[in-house]
Write a protein that binds this ligand. Structure first.
Ligand code: FES
Length: 107
């Protein structure tokens, strides 16, 4: 099964399995990854699933759509390169990736 890795603010990381099509947010919530609250269930109403996607994982994660991009102004962190609401990142068939960074302000 594909894996997604969450880099935590304390320098640690968590890697979990997620089915193709499952969101990176739901995989985090289902595996109790700290810092991904999923407060609105991924309805683009809370911005509580904000992550940063480092290169070279951005191509795999894709680009934000307009509503997601707007909601990125509502996060507790500053905008930055690779910022995404991870409910909007769907797992692919790729066995590795994406990897995402959880900001300290989010944890
Ligand atoms: S959990 Fe609400 S937008 Fe991601």
């Amino acid at each position: 099964m594909p894996r997604v890795t969450y880099h935590l603010p304390d320098g640690g990381s968590r890697t979990v399995e997620a089915a193709p099509g499952e969101s990176v947010m739901m995989a985090a919530v289902g595996n109790a990854v700290p810092g991904i609250l999923g407060a609105c269930g991924g309805g683009l109403a809370s911005a509580a699933c904000h992550v940063f996607v480092p290169e070279p994982w951005r191509a795999l994660a894709g680009a934000p759509q307009s509503m997601e991009d707007h909601m990125r102004d509502m996060t507790v962190t500053e905008r930055g390169p690779g910022g995404r609401l991870c409910r909007q990142i769907a797992m692919t068939e790729a066995p590795e990736g994406p990897q995402v960074q959880i900001a300290a302000e989010q944890a």
